[in-house]
Each structure stands twice: as C-alpha cells, then as structure tokens.
Design a protein around this ligand. Structure first.
Ligand SMILES: *[C@@H]1O[C@H](CO)[C@@H](O)[C@H](O)[C@H]1NC(C)=O
Ligand SMILES: *[C@@H]1O[C@H](CO)[C@@H](O)[C@H](O)[C@H]1NC(C)=O
Ligand SMILES: *[C@@H]1O[C@H](CO)[C@@H](O)[C@H](O)[C@H]1NC(C)=O
Ligand SMILES: *[C@@H]1O[C@H](CO)[C@@H](O)[C@H](O)[C@H]1NC(C)=O
Ligand SMILES: *[C@@H]1O[C@H](CO)[C@@H](O)[C@H](O)[C@H]1NC(C)=O
Ligand SMILES: *[C@@H]1O[C@H](CO)[C@@H](O)[C@H](O)[C@H]1NC(C)=O
Ligand SMILES: *[C@@H]1O[C@H](CO)[C@@H](O)[C@H](O)[C@H]1NC(C)=O
Ligand SMILES: *[C@@H]1O[C@H](CO)[C@@H](O)[C@H](O)[C@H]1NC(C)=O
Ligand SMILES: *[C@@H]1O[C@H](CO)[C@@H](O)[C@H](O)[C@H]1NC(C)=O
Ligand SMILES: [Zn+2]
Length: 762
C-alpha cells in the first residue's frame, strides 16, 4: 500500500511534513550570505537556536520551532476562546433543523452504492456550512436482491406461502414507496433449496453443539433460527459448516421484553409494540470487515480481487417476520424434542400464546420448506463524503464518522439519527469558523457508505489512508444510531473514558422528569469494550486508533425499535422514537463537545491510567475464563501480571506528569519569556505524541489466528459472538481450543506489546 492522503488533491493533509535538519530556505540563504562576513551571524544561525531548545532526547530537528508550525495564540484557540467555542457548540444545534435533515435522509431508498444524490447533497450541505468536503469512492463487491420465495409444503401441496413483505401502513408514507427495498440478507448466497427444517434456537455455536449432542439430524436440512444472541452471519456460518443447506431467521417478540402484544400493548402504528410483519434485514457476511474481495487493501478500480467465499456464505438465507414464522413453527409442534427440555438458553420464546410449542424437529420428510433466494452480485462504486477543517497542528487529527446507507428507505434511527446529528455538529463548527475560529488540531468528518453490508466504506478508507491515519489520528468518534430511545450508551477504548464522563457530565439531559440533571447524572456510567458492529472497527482493531461509539438506545419501557425494518421510519421517530427531537440535539452536543475538547485542549484529555487499569480488569476476566478450559495444567500468568503492573505504574506516573504539565500550561508564561513558552509547547507536543501512539502499541502485525486482518491484541469482535467485544482474543481463543502451546505463544506476544507501551510512557 502506498502512502496516501485522505482527500483527493485540494483538501489533502500531507502525512510527511518535510523535516528540515536546518532552518528553512530563506533562513538558510541568509546564513550562507552572512556567514562569510560576521561572527554575529554565527551566533544567530547556530548558537541561538540551540540555546532556546529544551535539552531533549530526540534529534535537534524535532524541536526547531520552524520544523513544525508554532501556533501564535497557543495555548488558546485561534480566533475565539474555548469557552466561546463551547457556547456556540451548545447553542447552535436545533430541533427543527435536525428534524429536517432526518426527513431528507429518510425520504427515499439509500442502500449502499444506490444513492449518489444523497452523497452529493451531504457534501453540498457541509460546504454550505463552511467545511471543505469531497466524495471518496471505492468499487466494491456487493449484492442486490432480485427475487425470493419461502413456502411451507406438505407433499406437493403449498401449506403456507410466506409474504416476505412488510405491511403497508397508511400512517407511514415510506412503507408504501414503489421503490422500497425488499427483505433480504446482505452478502447472502443465491440458491433454491427444498428440505425439511430444524428449529435451532438462536443458532449460536453452543446451540448447534447442543443439537449435535442431542443427535438431531442437521445435514441437508434448513435451519430456522430466531434473531438475537449472536451476529446473524455467524448463525448462517455455523449452519453451513454443519452441512445445512439454507437458513431462515425470524424476529421473535421475546426480544421486545415488556412491550409486547401479549402484554396488551398495541403494535406500531397504533402503539409501541412490534408490528408483526416487521422484518430485520442485515448482512450475513463473516466478521471480516470491508469488501470481501480486497482484504486489507482499498477497493480501488482495477485492483486484484480474491475469491470472497472464505468470508461470505455459500448457503442461501432469508430474514422473515414472526407473522411469517408462525405457521412454520407450528408445523414443528409435536416433532422432535421440546426446546424447553434443553438447557437454560433454550427456554422462553414469545409465541407460546399463539400456539407455538417450540419443538425442535426436524420436520417430517413430507413437511418441507422451499427457500429461493436470487441475488445479483456486482462490483459497483460507493461514496464516502469526507470533510476537513485543517488545524494548526497538521499531525494531530480527530475523526468523526457516521454511516449514511440504510437497509430501508427510512433508517430514521439506523443510521440517519446519527447523520442528522453529524450535519448539526458540522453546522455548529461552521458557525465557529465564521467567527474566525481555527482549530488547534485537524478535524475530519466522514459520512460513510456501505456500513450495513460489513463496514465497507469506512474499512476501505482506513485501508487506503492507513499510513497517514497511523501517524496522525488521536481518536475516532463514531455515532451510528444516535437516537432510538432515551438511554445513553457508550463503548470506548479506556483511553477515552474520562473524557466521556467529563462531557456527559456537562450536558443537560432532555429527560423531562429530571429537570436540571445532566446526561451523566442519569446514566449508569457503564462503558462497553469495543467489539464490532459499526464503523469504528477498522479504526480500533486494524489501525489501533482509540475509538468510541455513542447513542441513545431503547430501554425496557421505550417503544420497540424496528431494527433494519421499514418501520425504522421518519414517522416512527416523529411519533415514538424522539417526538420532540431533543435526544437528537443532545447527541449532537455530546459529539461536538467531545470533538472540540479533543481538538482544543493543549494536553490531550486522555487517560493512560484508565487504559492500564482496564487491562488489569480484562486479564482478571481471562484468568477466570481460563479455569473453564485448561483442566489439567493451570496456566502461568506471571509474565502477563508483571507486565501489566509495570504498565500500570508507568501510566500512573505519566498521567501525574501530564496533570502537572497541564497546570503549567494553564498558568501561562509572560510574553517576554517567549523561549519558555516555546519549550513548554514542545514538551506538550512530546506528551501528546505518546498519548496519540499508546493504543498503536497494542497492534500485532501478524494479527489474530485465522483472521489476521484483526491486529489489536486487546480488542476484537468475539469469534463466535460477532458484535460483542472479546478482550485478549488470541489468548482466550487458545484456551477455548485447548491449545496451551498457543496460549503460551499469545502470552509472549501480549507481554511484549505491554512492555513496549511501558517503554513509550517511561
Ligand atoms: C489543509 O492543509 C493541506 C496541507 O497542509 C492543504 O493541502 C489543504 O488544502 C488544506 N485543506 C483545507 C480544507 O484547508
Ligand atoms: C435518494 O435519496 C433521496 C433523499 O432521501 C430520495 O428522495 C431519492 O428517491 C433517493 N434516490 C434513489 C435513486 O433511490
Ligand atoms: C426451484 O427448484 C424447483 C425444483 O428444482 C423448481 O421446480 C422451481 O421452479 C425452482 N424455483 C425457482 C424460482 O427457480
Ligand atoms: C442418532 O440418530 C440416527 C438417525 O438420525 C440414529 O440412526 C442413531 O441411532 C441415533 N443415535 C443415537 C445415539 O441416538
Ligand atoms: C413437550 O412438552 C409438553 C408439555 O408442554 C409435553 O406434554 C410433551 O410430552 C413434551 N414433549 C417432549 C417430546 O418432551
Ligand atoms: C428519567 O428520570 C427519571 C427520574 O430520575 C428516571 O427514573 C428515569 O429512568 C429517567 N428516564 C430515562 C429514560 O433515563
Ligand atoms: C470537565 O473538565 C474540565 C476541565 O478539566 C473541568 O473544568 C470540568 O469541571 C469537568 N466537568 C465535569 C462534569 O467533570
Ligand atoms: C485455524 O483454522 C483451521 C481450519 O479452518 C483450524 O483447524 C485451526 O485450528 C485454526 N487455528 C486456530 C489457532 O484457531
Ligand atoms: C497449537 O498451536 C500451535 C501454534 O502455537 C500450533 O502449531 C499447533 O498446531 C496447535 N495445535 C493444535 C492441536 O491445533
Ligand atoms: Zn447502523
């Protein structure tokens, strides 16, 4: 991969700032002329620069003031003060505006690679707001639905023909669009299979293991699974591995907790319960993000492409509603064991009151499903929109991103609540630009395409600009579903925890019953580890850039959110999800303030100590889990313990030093001691470089076993859970496989990474 910059021509930010071992051209010319004649010139040219420099360990050139721009107004923001910037960011976002952005994005279909006009519109808005923006395209391998059928057959007779359609609702205009998107799975295989079927519960690795243990015949059958538990692609993957010929996945109202028709709630549009015809579309690709034909490199036109079938399924699959699943489940009544006779994971199911007994099957040979799935596979462009506000410091960058593509014409929650918020974030920064503000650090905004199929747009972009991103990026701030309920949730690299607490602690909650409280006050404060499931994956797990993912989720009392269904619509958002649009505005403020704090604070607001303490917690968790696997030998964690403790100590020292440095910066330096100011500036720069590259130390170039694209030794999506984050994946997976040799190998790799991080901080 060659070195590239993130923006084509005009807005590119060069990774390699030319480093002059000696002063720049005019200064050099002056010296060469003056040198011949005067001793004073010698003093000016050599002795003065050396005298004002801090006694550092790095090469002289690192500290020469002219080798990197020294911001005139440092440590203040340029143009306006940080307090004034905060004011603008908190006062600009507006309910009516955010509602109108949402209305635009959700007016028509915008499946990956299908709506160039939305990319152009987005770019035009950002430029209007005052942010230079570009469309960055990739050619990706992707599928679009052609036709489908799912029928229950008794011998030759069609017993039930699934509608495979979501009901048209007169109240909700996008449900009746002529060009609305059919129900299908991203990256599913085409096929036409007719076979008996088996109820496989959630279709987790363990569920399939239980079926095999119970001697249920799976080979040659179709799997009928309910959504939930694990990423849908892993259900199909495991079914395929066990010789099954197709998969059908339905939404069981058990997912909806309290808010069900069984409990007396009316379904959407008349009430907050799930509409029985709602279908969850979604990708069934493996967990390898990006274009499956270009693993690890960008999908530019003409690049070589590999066979994708190691990472996408070979058997066909379809998503269905519970209305369509009912006849299929009932036809299994009385066939095979009851799910309830299995372990605790097999209990429950929300359709018992409709007469479903949740028998496992298989269905008798005369009762079969005909599953037809016809997909068109093409290599076609998709379009990211990238906006940049250049900062004063070229090699410290904050990236904000949200995807734009949706499975349906709507997508008011996923992803366009985030897209609407991003527009308001950019409009707010635009207001600051108009007041003469220039950020300290560069801020990059991204509207990704193709997230839904497998994080495609963001992954290809990170793969293309990896050298520049590695050298420059301080953090990536992702908001996918900004709002689908009222409960704030966060996942993050522990480096960012303190910042999240700080910002949520300073923004008012829209909760009507808790006047005067902040978002932080009514949030339980739980920050999840980074797994997968949105565009932060390539940043965090591939590039080692500390990332976070935020949003307001649905809590147990909130209206059921129709994930990846036609009913995730503007009308739903406007009548149930966020009636007053206050939560959209609140996520906008949180996001903008996070970005501003990261961009403007002289000493980066990151915590090495939180990271090191997080590592100790994860290690304890691994120890607990290892007991479950290593039966005979008890594994020796001594090296890992020691390396973790050393890192904790170094991190605590480092944070203490940076806290003291922050105070010195805050106290300010009188202007006549300008050399002290310069020295302080370069001390801050050095500290920030360490914060910036700390997460990068946890990358292992060899990658995880059998999925080498994942480079991070601390975080990865679980092998068999998909979305949920696994910590110390290499080690844990070795235990799972009962391979102590490999566990030792991973212990060595991780210990080395921890020690490198310690060396960096010391
Ligand atoms: C940002 O800076 C780069 C080089 O430093 C320059 O090429 C680019 O035009 C600038 N972009 C904007 C939006 O000002
Ligand atoms: C693209 O999106 C716009 C705005 O949502 C919509 O009006 C239009 O119909 C979409 N175009 C296509 C080709 O689907
Ligand atoms: C599926 O296969 C069956 C039997 O091979 C055939 O009768 C049927 O026409 C096929 N359906 C489609 C949609 O191709
Ligand atoms: C498992 O099922 C097969 C038929 O599917 C049967 O032939 C075999 O005896 C069963 N084995 C056990 C251990 O129940
Ligand atoms: C399934 O459960 C029902 C009661 O709910 C019971 O009558 C029946 O015997 C069970 N069947 C099997 C195969 O365990
Ligand atoms: C709103 O505040 C009340 C009172 O503190 C609390 O009980 C409720 O859970 C909050 N609602 C949400 C959605 O956070
Ligand atoms: C956030 O950090 C700033 C600067 O350190 C501090 O002044 C402010 O009180 C903090 N706010 C909260 C809610 O922690
Ligand atoms: C890698 O995959 C192969 C087969 O796909 C398997 O046999 C092997 O155990 C896996 N190795 C690890 C370390 O997971
Ligand atoms: C255990 O892992 C090592 C690599 O560390 C590998 O060479 C070996 O084949 C693995 N053993 C098994 C049984 O998979
Ligand atoms: Zn999304």
């Amino acid at each position: 991969m060659d070195e590239r910059t993130p923006l084509i021509s005009t807005v590119s930010v060069s990774r390699q700032q030319p480093r002059h071992p000696y002063p720049h051209k005019t200064f050099r010319r002056f010296c060469s002329i003056a040198l011949g004649s005067s001793l004073i010139a010698v003093v000016i040219c050599f002795l003065l620069p050396v005298a004002i420099l801090p006694r550092g360990h790095d090469s002289l050139s690192t500290y020469l003031p002219w080798s990197k721009p020294f911001p005139k107004s440092w440590p203040q923001s340029t143009g306006i003060t940080f307090a004034e910037l905060q004011e603008l960011l908190l006062n600009t976002p507006d309910e009516d505006k955010v509602r109108s952005w949402s209305e635009y994005y959700t007016a028509g279909p915008h499946l990956a690679g299908k709506n160039l006009s939305q990319a152009i519109w987005t770019r035009e808005r950002w430029e209007e707001f005052g942010v230079k923006s570009e469309i960055v395209a990739y050619d990706v391998y992707i599928n679009y639905p052609v036709s489908h059928r799912l029928a229950l057959l008794h011998g030759d007779k069609v017993k039930y023909e699934c509608s495979l359609e979501e009901d048209i609702l007169s109240e909700d205009p996008t449900t009746s669009l002529k060009d609305r998107i059919p129900t299908f799975h991203g990256y599913s295989a085409s096929g036409n299979v007719t076979a008996p079927y088996v109820y496989v519960n959630h279709g987790t690795f363990q569920d399939f293991k239980d079926l095999v243990a119970a001697n249920i015949s799976l080979s040659g059958k179709i799997a009928l699974a309910k959504y939930g538990g694990v990423f849908r692609g892993l259900k199909v993957k495991r079914a395929q591995e066990l010789g099954m010929v197709g998969a059908v996945i339905y939404s069981d109202p058990e997912e909806d907790g309290e808010i069900t028709e069984e409990n007396g709630y009316k379904p959407y549009p008349d009430g907050p319960a799930r509409n029985p015809s709602s279908v969850q579309r979604g990708s069934v690709a493996g967990t390898l993000p990006g274009d499956p034909t270009t693993p690890g490199y960008p999908s530019k036109p003409g690049v070589p492409r590999v066979d994708p079938h190691n990472s996408i399924p070979k058997i066909p699959s379809l998503p269905i509603s519970y209305a369509d699943a009912l006849p299929l489940l009932k036809a299994l009544n009385g066939h095979g064991p009851n799910a309830s006779s299995f372990n605790k994971y097999w209990q429950g199911g929300g359709l018992g009151y409709k007469g479903v007994k949740y028998n496992i099957g298989p269905s008798p040979d005369s009762v079969v499903l005909n599953l037809v799935n016809e997909q068109e596979y093409v290599t076609t462009p998709l379009w990211n929109v990238i906006g940049v506000i250049n900062g004063t410091i070229p090699d410290e960058v904050i990236v904000l991103g949200n995807h734009r593509d949706a499975w349906i014409a709507g997508g008011a929650g996923d992803p366009n609540s985030g897209s609407a918020a991003l527009n308001e974030v950019i409009r707010s920064f635009g207001e600051a630009l108009k007041s003469g503000w220039k950020p300290f650090r560069t801020i990059v905004f991204a509207s990704w395409d193709g997230e839904e199929y497998g994080l495609v747009g963001s992954t290809e972009w990170v793969e293309e600009f990896l050298p520049w991103l590695s050298a420059s990026t301080v953090a990536y701030l992702n908001v996918d579903v900004g709002t689908r309920g009222q409960h704030f949730t966060a996942a993050a690299s522990p480096l960012l925890n303190a910042l999240i607490y700080n910002v949520t602690g300073s923004i008012q909650s829209p909760n009507q019953t808790t006047k005067g409280q902040t978002v932080g006050d009514i949030w339980d404060g739980a920050i999840r580890t980074m797994g997968s499931g949105s565009d932060f994956t390539a940043f965090q797990d591939f590039a080692g850039i500390p990332s976070l993912d935020l949003g307001f989720s649905a809590g147990p009392k909130d209206a059921v959110y129709h994930y990846h269904s036609n009913y995730d619509s503007f009308h739903w958002m406007d009548s149930y999800g966020d009636k007053d649009w206050h939560y959209h505005v609140t996520i906008t403020k949180i996001w903008a303030l996070l970005a501003a704090t990261l961009s403007e604070t002289p000493v980066l607001p990151l915590s090495a100590k939180d990271y090191a303490n997080g590592l100790e917690k994860y290690l304890n968790d691994v120890k607990k889990r290892s007991e479950q696997y290593t039966t005979s030998v008890s594994f020796d964690f001594h090296d890992l313990d020691k390396a973790t403790t050393k890192l904790q100590e170094a991190a605590a020292r480092f944070d203490a030093y940076t806290a003291e440095l922050k105070e010195r910066v805050g106290e300010g330096v009188p202007w006549w001691k300008w050399w002290k100011k310069v020295k302080l500036y370069y001390e801050v720069r050095k500290v920030n470089t360490k914060y910036k590259t700390l997460e990068r130390q946890f990358l292992y170039p060899g990658g995880l076993d059998n999925r080498s694209w994942f480079k991070h030794v601390v975080f990865a999506p679980g092998r068999w859970t998909g979305y949920a984050g696994a910590t110390f994946p290499g080690l844990v997976e070795s235990f799972e496989d009962g391979n102590t040799t490999n566990a030792l190998r991973w212990s060595g790799i991780i210990t080395e990474r921890l020690n490198t991080a310690t060396t960096l901080l010391d």
